[in-house]
Write a protein that binds this ligand. Structure first.
Ligand code: AMP
Length: 282
């Protein structure tokens, strides 16, 4: 595996790969890799000739009071793990490499962003689609891998790829969890021991919702209040949102049917955690 930090050098590599008609699988990340990231890389490795992973903590997608500065970083450990997962090139640009001057153009996400994280993190998805537009242009992947843990991101990226006609196949990958159910996240290390013990309640509450829905419950209000009570009674976290929407359209539902997402975001002292499940209903 080779680590590359300049756009020029990775573009030369891409030219070379393209000239041999090899398929490129791309996994964009913010690093501090865990098993969730590695499952994306392993799937990319099975489905493509060449796997390229980017590690870039993108300032554009962080709000003013968010954790850009304190986001966990460990590039040496990431290099070791990525190589083991079958990655060929690790693209690790600096902020000035990606944004040498104040951007003269930014991409704006207009659909599917008035709910969930788009609502509570204004501008977040504009930052996501702007950096992905740049990365897709640089890497020119055949397939791009995204985790379903960030289900709204998958929905928004689907819009980006369709609207801007990127010749890229979006591959959503299931959420990888700790044995107690907590979705793996780079931010989990920012939980205190007490919070870490409480955090699996988020997934527990989603499973409770799933079981209610399977048994026939169709009242969105009732399901949301069961989730909220479970989290509030069993954790010190503050609920950012609990929403049930159509997926991937992310529209409010009068009636629970079709593919739905039940999504939760909870603030702990130093980490905001998100999780979701999707269900197919008749
Ligand atoms: P991040 O570094 O948090 O931006 O994540 C990079 C990619 O890994 C995104 O597509 C995430 O959705 C995905 N990802 C993060 N956590 C998980 C997880 N627990 N399971 C599967 N994919 C994940």
């Amino acid at each position: 595996m080779k680590t590359i930090s300049t756009i020029k050098e990775i573009q030369n590599v891409i030219k070379e790969i393209k000239s041999t008609k090899k398929k490129i699988g791309f996994v964009p990340t913010m690093g501090f890799l865990h098993d969730g990231h590695l499952s994306l890389m392993e799937q990319a490795s099975r489905e493509n000739d060449c796997v390229i992973v980017s590690i870039f903590v993108n300032p554009l997608q962080f709000g003013q009071n968010e954790d850009f500065d304190s986001y966990p970083r460990d590039i040496e450990r990431d290099q070791f793990l990525a190589e083991k997962a079958g990655v060929h090139y690790l693209f690790v640009p600096s902020v000035t490499e990606m944004y040498p001057s104040k951007p003269s153009i930014e991409v704006k996400a207009k659909d599917r962003v008035d709910v969930l994280c788009g609502k509570s993190r204004p501008g977040h998805f504009d930052g996501v689609v702007t950096i992905l537009t740049k990365l897709f242009h640089i890497i020119q992947p055949d397939r791009a891998y995204f985790g379903k843990k960030d289900a709204q991101q998958v929905a928004v990226v689907e819009g980006l790829i369709n609207d801007l006609h990127f010749p890229v196949t979006l591959v959503p990958v299931p959420t990888i969890r700790e044995t107690d159910g907590l979705a793996k996240s780079s931010r989990n290390v920012k939980l205190s021991d007490k919070e870490r013990n409480q955090a699996p309640r988020i997934y527990h509450s989603l499973l409770q919702a799933k079981s209610m829905i399977k048994k026939g419950e169709r009242s969105v209000g009732k399901i949301i209040s069961v989730i909220k009570n479970d989290i509030l009674e069993n954790t010190d976290g503050n609920i950012d949102y609990v929403e049930i929407l159509s997926y991937p359209e992310l529209k409010k539902l009068n009636e629970l049917k079709g593919t739905i997402i039940v999504a939760v975001a909870v603030h702990f002292v130093n980490a905001r955690l998100i999780d979701n499940i999707t269900l197919e209903l008749n």
